[in-house]
Design a protein around this ligand. Structure first.
Ligand code: NDP
Ligand code: BG6
Length: 488
C-alpha cells in the first residue's frame, strides 16, 4: 500500500464503541506500523470516557488481539501520539468547539467523519456537523451499516444525510467488500476467459453463500435484539456477495459502472410474497451448546436479550434472480451466530455432464464445484474429476487449490477495514454502496420481515455449535440439494 494519499484528519464518532475498538483502531494502527498511513490525526470522539488511560489501554489490548503476531509494540507510542480522545456529544453543536478549533489548524486536509454510532443518529449528526461549520470541500462522511432498519428508515437517513453532504462525499461502508477474496472474485470472473462462458444457467446448477460465525452476542445484545441476522448480515454483506457473483461484467472498474450492475441484480431478485416467505426462508435462534469445545449459553441467556425475544440469530433464504443469465438458478444464502465453525464462502455448483461416458463410475461422479472462501483461510478451489492412476478407469474427485497464504507466503493482504479506510482517504468510492443499492436491498428484505410478522410463527431452534436448524436442511432437501459444508 503506498503512502501517496493526502494528509488527513479522521474523526471517529463513537470511538468508545465495539466497532472502533475491535476493527477501526487495529486497522489504523496496522497501517501506521507498516508506514502506510499518511500524515494525519485521529480524533476519538465519544460522549464520555470514564477513564481515558484505561480506554487507551483497551485500544492497545484489542489491537494486539486482532493483529496477533503482527502487532509490533514498538510502534504503539508513536501511533497513540496521533490519536486524541475528545468528549463530544455529536448531536450538540456547542460540544464540538474544541475539536473544531483543532481542525482549523489544517483546513485543507482531507477530513473524514466516521460515524460509528447507532444509525438512528446519522441524520442529526450530519446536521450538527454542518451547523457547526465543520463540513469543508474536502470533507467525507462514512456511514456504517445497517443503514436503517427498513426501507422507510433507510430512505429517511439517506435523505437527511443528503441535505448536508453531496452523494460523492458519502461513503456507505460494507466491510465485506474490502475483503481480499471478494476482490479476487472480481479478478477471477473478469480476467479469465475460462469462467465467463460458464457463468450462467446453462452450466450452473445453483449457488450457495454461507457466512457462519462462532461468535455470539459479544456484549452487543442491545443492538442485535433490535436487528437480527436478516438486517445485520443478509441485507448488506450477503446481498453484496450475491451481487458480485451474479452481476454482468461492468464496462469499467469504476464506482458508477459497478454500482449500476449491482443495482440491476438487486432489482431482478424475485420479490418475496407471503407463500415464498413460508417456503423459502428459515429463521432460528440458538439454544445452549458447545462451540469449539466450549460450553456456551443460548441466545435468550445472553446479556441485554429479552428472554422472550423472537429475533433471529440464523437465517437461510432461497433467493431467485429473474433475468436471462440466472433464471432457474437458485442462490441459497445462510448466516448464523454460534455455528459449528467460522467460515464464509461462496460455492458455485456446476451442472452434471450431459452424457455419462463412464457408466460404471456413475456413483463416483461428482459435479464440478468452485469454492471461493473468504475466511478463515482465504482460498479458491476448483473441484474436478480425474482418473486415478492405474490400468482401469476409476474416477476420483480432486481439486486445484489456490491457497492465498501458501501462494503468497510472507505477503500480508490488508485487513478489510485497512483497505476501505485508505480508500476513503484517497477518495476512491468503488467499494462503497450508493444509496440506491441500500434502498433496493431493503426493498427485497422488507417483505421477508413483514412475512415473518404476518405468519406469526416463532423462530426455529438450533443448538449452538451446529449448522442451524433441521428446517434449513429441509429447505435444500425439498429442492433435492444439500448444503455443502465447508469441510468438503
Ligand atoms: P456501540 O454501541 O458499541 O458504540 C456506539 C458508540 O456511539 C459508543 O462509542 C457511544 O459512546 C457512541 N455514541 C452514541 N451516541 C453518541 C453521541 N450522541 N455522540 C457521540 N458519540 C455517541 O456500537 P458498535 O461500535 O458496535 O457499532 C457502531 C456502528 O457500527 C453501528 O452502526 C453498527 O451497526 C455498526 N457496525 C458495527 C460492527 C461491529 O462489529 N461492532 C460491525 C459493522 C457495523 P457514548 O455512549 O459514550 O457516547
Ligand atoms: C458485522 C455484523 O457487520 O459483521 C456482526 O454487525 C458480524 O454481527 C460481523 O459479527 C462479521 O464480520 P467478519 O468480518 O468478522 O466476518
Amino acid at each position: 500500500m503506498s503512502q501517496t494519499a493526502h494528509p488527513f484528519d479522521m474523526i471517529i464518532i463513537g470511538a468508545s464503541g465495539d466497532l472502533a475498538r475491535r476493527k477501526l483502531v487495529p486497522a489504523l494502527f496496522n497501517l501506521h506500523q507498516y508506514g502506510a498511513l499518511p500524515e494525519g490525526r485521529i480524533f476519538a470522539v465519544a460522549r464520555n470516557y470514564d477513564d481515558p488511560e484505561g480506554y487507551l489501554a483497551k485500544l492497545r489490548d484489542s489491537s494486539e488481539e486482532q493483529l496477533g503476531t503482527s502487532f509490533d509494540a514498538e510502534h504503539w507510542p508513536d501511533f497513540i501520539s496521533r490519536l486524541k480522545t475528545s468528549v463530544v456529544d455529536a448531536t450538540e453543536k456547542k460540544s464540538w468547539s474544541m475539536v473544531a478549533n483543532a481542525l482549523k489548524k489544517h483546513p485543507d486536509r482531507i477530513r473524514v467523519f466516521y460515524l460509528a454510532t447507532p444509525p438512528s443518529l446519522y441524520g442529526d449528526i450530519s446536521q450538527t456537523l454542518s451547523e457547526a461549520g465543520l463540513v469543508t470541500g474536502t470533507t467525507r462522511i462514512v456511514l456504517e451499516k445497517p443503514i436503517g432498519s427498513d426501507l422507510q428508515s433507510a430512505e429517511d437517513i439517506n435523505r437527511r444525510v443528503g441535505e448536508f453532504f453531496e452523494e460523492p462525499q458519502i461513503y456507505r461502508i460494507d466491510h465485506y467488500l474490502g475483503k481480499e477474496t471478494v476482490q479476487n472474485l472480481m479478478a477471477l470472473r473478469f480476467s479469465n476467459a475460462l469462467f465467463e462462458p460458464l457463468w450462467r444457467s446453462q452450466h450452473i446448477d445453483h449457488v450457495q453463500i454461507t457466512v457462519a460465525e462462532t461468535l455470539g452476542m459479544e456484549g452487543r445484545g442491545d443492538y442485535y435484539d433490535q436487528a437480527g441476522a436478516l438486517r445485520d448480515m443478509v441485507q448488506n454483506h450477503l446481498l453484496q456477495l450475491l451481487c458480485l457473483t451474479a452481476m454482468e461484467p461492468p464496462a469499467r472498474l469504476d464506482q458508477d459502472a459497478i454500482r449500476t450492475e449491482k443495482i440491476k441484480v438487486l432489482k431482478s431478485l424475485r420479490p418475496m410474497g407471503i407463500e415464498d416467505v413460508k417456503r423459502k426462508t428459515v429463521r432460528a435462534q440458538y439454544r445452549p451448546g458447545v462451540v469449539e469445545g466450549k460450553e456456551v449459553e443460548g441466545f435468550h441467556q445472553e446479556k441485554n436479550i429479552d428472554r422472550k425475544s423472537t429475533t433471529e440469530t440464523f437465517v437461510a433464504v432461497k433467493a431467485e434472480i429473474e433475468n436471462w443469465r440466472w433464471a432457474g438458478v437458485p442462490f441459497y444464502l445462510r448466516t448464523g451466530k454460534r455455528m459449528g465453525h467460522r467460515v464464509s464462502e461462496i460455492i458455485i455448483q456446476f451442472k452434471t455432464v450431459p452424457h455419462l461416458l463412464f457408466e460404471d463410475q456413475a456413483n463416483r461422479l461428482q459435479d464440478n464445484r468452485l469454492v471461493i472462501r473468504l475466511q478463515p483461510d482465504e482460498s479458491i478451489k476448483l473441484w474436478l474429476m480425474i482418473k486415478k492412476p492405474g490400468s482401469k478407469i476409476v474416477l476420483k474427485r480432486t481439486h486445484l487449490n489456490l491457497n492465498m497464504a501458501d501462494t503468497y507466503e510472507g505477503r500480508r493482504p490488508p485487513l478489510a477495514y485497512e483497505r476501505l479506510l485508505m480508500d476513503v482517504i484517497r477518495g476512491n468510492a468503488t467499494l462503497f454502496m450508493h444509496r440506491d443499492e441500500v434502498e433496493e436491498a431493503w426493498r427485497w428484505v422488507e417483505p421477508i420481515l413483514q412475512g415473518w410478522e404476518e405468519l406469526g410463527t416463532r423462530p426455529r431452534i438450533y443448538s449452538a455449535g451446529s449448522w442451524g436448524p433441521a428446517e434449513s436442511i429441509a429447505l435444500m432437501v425439498r429442492d433435492e440439494r444439500e448444503w455443502l459444508e465447508h469441510l468438503v
